[in-house]
Design a protein around this ligand. Structure first.
Ligand code: HEC
Length: 103
Protein backbone atom coordinates (compact mmCIF):
# COMPACT_ATOMS: atom_id res chain seq x y z
CA UNK A 1 0.00 0.00 0.00
CA UNK A 2 2.72 2.46 0.96
CA UNK A 3 4.70 1.52 -2.15
CA UNK A 4 1.73 2.25 -4.38
CA UNK A 5 1.20 5.59 -2.73
CA UNK A 6 4.86 6.54 -3.24
CA UNK A 7 4.68 5.71 -6.92
CA UNK A 8 1.52 7.75 -7.32
CA UNK A 9 3.27 10.76 -5.81
CA UNK A 10 6.27 10.39 -8.13
CA UNK A 11 4.09 10.03 -11.21
CA UNK A 12 1.88 12.88 -10.05
CA UNK A 13 4.77 15.28 -9.63
CA UNK A 14 6.25 14.29 -12.97
CA UNK A 15 3.00 15.20 -14.70
CA UNK A 16 2.20 18.33 -12.74
CA UNK A 17 4.46 20.69 -14.65
CA UNK A 18 7.93 21.33 -15.98
CA UNK A 19 10.58 19.53 -13.97
CA UNK A 20 13.37 21.71 -12.64
CA UNK A 21 16.35 21.41 -14.95
CA UNK A 22 19.52 19.95 -13.48
CA UNK A 23 22.65 21.81 -14.54
CA UNK A 24 24.39 18.56 -15.43
CA UNK A 25 21.42 17.19 -17.34
CA UNK A 26 20.72 19.59 -20.19
CA UNK A 27 17.62 18.77 -22.20
CA UNK A 28 18.95 18.01 -25.63
CA UNK A 29 16.97 19.69 -28.39
CA UNK A 30 15.44 17.25 -30.81
CA UNK A 31 17.74 18.32 -33.62
CA UNK A 32 20.83 17.55 -31.53
CA UNK A 33 19.56 14.08 -30.65
CA UNK A 34 20.65 12.99 -34.11
CA UNK A 35 24.25 13.62 -33.05
CA UNK A 36 24.14 11.89 -29.69
CA UNK A 37 24.54 8.35 -30.97
CA UNK A 38 28.00 9.17 -32.30
CA UNK A 39 29.16 12.23 -30.32
CA UNK A 40 27.68 11.24 -26.96
CA UNK A 41 24.60 12.52 -25.17
CA UNK A 42 26.34 15.77 -24.22
CA UNK A 43 28.65 16.05 -27.22
CA UNK A 44 31.51 14.76 -25.09
CA UNK A 45 32.84 12.50 -27.84
CA UNK A 46 32.74 8.71 -27.98
CA UNK A 47 35.74 6.59 -28.94
CA UNK A 48 37.11 7.91 -32.23
CA UNK A 49 34.29 10.45 -32.61
CA UNK A 50 35.53 13.90 -31.57
CA UNK A 51 34.14 15.97 -28.74
CA UNK A 52 31.93 18.82 -29.96
CA UNK A 53 30.72 20.17 -26.61
CA UNK A 54 32.19 23.59 -25.97
CA UNK A 55 33.53 23.92 -29.49
CA UNK A 56 33.77 27.57 -30.50
CA UNK A 57 30.58 28.57 -32.30
CA UNK A 58 32.29 30.16 -35.32
CA UNK A 59 34.72 27.25 -35.64
CA UNK A 60 31.81 24.81 -35.40
CA UNK A 61 30.05 26.49 -38.33
CA UNK A 62 33.25 26.82 -40.38
CA UNK A 63 34.01 23.13 -39.81
CA UNK A 64 30.47 22.24 -40.81
CA UNK A 65 30.68 24.23 -44.04
CA UNK A 66 34.03 22.60 -44.82
CA UNK A 67 32.36 19.19 -44.42
CA UNK A 68 29.47 20.32 -46.61
CA UNK A 69 31.86 21.52 -49.30
CA UNK A 70 33.97 18.37 -49.11
CA UNK A 71 36.99 20.49 -48.16
CA UNK A 72 37.65 18.76 -44.84
CA UNK A 73 38.54 15.07 -44.94
CA UNK A 74 35.78 13.07 -43.26
CA UNK A 75 34.46 9.55 -43.00
CA UNK A 76 30.86 10.47 -42.25
CA UNK A 77 30.29 14.17 -41.56
CA UNK A 78 30.67 15.02 -45.25
CA UNK A 79 27.51 12.98 -45.77
CA UNK A 80 25.67 14.37 -42.75
CA UNK A 81 26.47 18.07 -43.22
CA UNK A 82 24.56 18.66 -46.48
CA UNK A 83 21.32 17.51 -44.81
CA UNK A 84 21.07 20.57 -42.58
CA UNK A 85 20.00 24.11 -43.44
CA UNK A 86 22.01 27.15 -42.43
CA UNK A 87 19.62 27.96 -39.58
CA UNK A 88 19.72 24.37 -38.33
CA UNK A 89 23.52 24.48 -38.30
CA UNK A 90 23.34 27.79 -36.40
CA UNK A 91 21.03 26.16 -33.83
CA UNK A 92 23.38 23.18 -33.48
CA UNK A 93 26.36 25.53 -33.10
CA UNK A 94 24.50 27.54 -30.44
CA UNK A 95 23.65 24.40 -28.54
CA UNK A 96 26.97 22.57 -28.63
CA UNK A 97 29.17 25.65 -28.15
CA UNK A 98 27.23 26.43 -24.97
CA UNK A 99 27.64 22.89 -23.57
CA UNK A 100 30.27 22.31 -20.97
CA UNK A 101 30.38 18.54 -20.72
CA UNK A 102 32.97 16.97 -18.47
CA UNK A 103 36.06 16.11 -20.53
C1 HEC B 1 27.38 8.36 -37.63
C2 HEC B 1 28.14 9.07 -36.61
C3 HEC B 1 28.00 10.59 -36.53
C4 HEC B 1 26.86 11.34 -36.44
C5 HEC B 1 25.41 10.85 -36.47
C6 HEC B 1 27.28 12.71 -36.29
N1 HEC B 1 28.64 12.79 -36.32
FE1 HEC B 1 29.75 14.51 -36.23
N2 HEC B 1 31.45 13.44 -36.49
C7 HEC B 1 31.52 12.07 -36.63
C8 HEC B 1 32.89 11.69 -36.96
C9 HEC B 1 33.39 10.26 -37.16
C10 HEC B 1 33.62 12.88 -37.04
C11 HEC B 1 35.09 13.05 -37.46
C12 HEC B 1 35.10 13.48 -38.93
C13 HEC B 1 34.65 12.35 -39.83
O1 HEC B 1 35.34 11.32 -39.91
O2 HEC B 1 33.56 12.49 -40.47
C14 HEC B 1 32.70 13.97 -36.71
C15 HEC B 1 33.05 15.31 -36.65
C16 HEC B 1 32.20 16.34 -36.29
C17 HEC B 1 32.58 17.71 -36.11
C18 HEC B 1 33.98 18.28 -36.23
C19 HEC B 1 34.65 18.15 -34.90
C20 HEC B 1 36.06 18.66 -34.92
O3 HEC B 1 36.46 19.26 -33.92
O4 HEC B 1 36.75 18.46 -35.93
C21 HEC B 1 31.46 18.41 -35.79
C22 HEC B 1 31.34 19.90 -35.51
C23 HEC B 1 30.37 17.46 -35.77
N3 HEC B 1 30.84 16.21 -36.08
C24 HEC B 1 29.08 17.78 -35.47
C25 HEC B 1 28.00 16.88 -35.54
C26 HEC B 1 26.63 17.25 -35.30
C27 HEC B 1 26.16 18.62 -34.86
C28 HEC B 1 25.88 16.14 -35.53
C29 HEC B 1 24.36 16.00 -35.48
C30 HEC B 1 23.60 16.83 -36.38
C31 HEC B 1 26.79 15.07 -35.88
N4 HEC B 1 28.06 15.56 -35.88
C32 HEC B 1 26.41 13.77 -36.17
C33 HEC B 1 30.47 11.18 -36.49
C34 HEC B 1 29.13 11.52 -36.44
Amino acid sequence: MMKKLGLAIVVGSALSGPMPLMAHEPVTPLIAQACAGCHGQSGEGLGAVPRIAGKDRAVFIATWEAFRAGEKPATIMNRIAPGYTESEVAALADYFSALRAEP
